[in-house]
Design a protein around this ligand. Structure first.
Ligand code: FAD
Length: 122
């Protein structure tokens, strides 16, 4: 790996890390962003967005279980867990596009994204 000196090295490419790194770069610092798993962190790849697809499915199930309270009657409700998982995967795929755009932005800002740099630092 090339020897390079940065003004700032941010460890962790989640919302905390990439926002800090982008802002520091905008303020003129040379910045490295280190991420050892998935750019976007828990929020983009698991927590904030993909889990909401599962929450929505459970919300709809709850509504269907209680429709009579609102004056509706439905019968023969079936839950297809494979389809629910498929929708979850579709949402996750959309997020990969966001991740690609994030990478493009980091490159535009001439920011290096160095994988596993932490191991080198230690
Ligand atoms: C199920 C769930 C649902 C959530 N829903 C919401 C929501 O709806 N709205 C909301 O605002 N927040 C939500 N959150 C919280 C949100 O995900 C976190 O607040 C946010 O991800 C924190 O960002 P972060 O950058 O601090 O950490 P993280 O997102 O955890 O990012 C840290 C990054 O650092 C990397 N890393 C760790 N150690 C190293 C290392 N040694 N070297 C290199 N890289 C490393 C990790 O791989 C990770 O990518 C949710 C969280 C969960 C778990």
């Amino acid at each position: 790996m090339n020897n390079k000196i940065f003004d700032l090295i941010v460890i962790g490419g989640g919302p905390g890390g990439y926002v800090a790194a982008i802002r520091a770069s905008q303020l003129g610092m040379s910045v490295a962003l280190v991420e050892d798993k998935h750019l976007g962190g828990i929020c983009l790849n698991w927590g904030c967005i993909p889990t909401k697809a599962l929450l929505r499915a459970s919300e709809i199930k709850h509504m269907l279980d209680n429709v009579e309270e609102f004056g509706f009657s439905v019968s023969n409700i079936k839950m297809d867990i494979k389809k629910i998982k498929l929708r979850f995967l579709k949402v996750s795929l959309k997020l990969i596009k966001i991740q690609i755009n994030l990478k493009k932005l980091l490159f535009k800002l001439k920011m290096a994204q160095l994988l596993n740099l932490l191991k080198i630092l230690l």
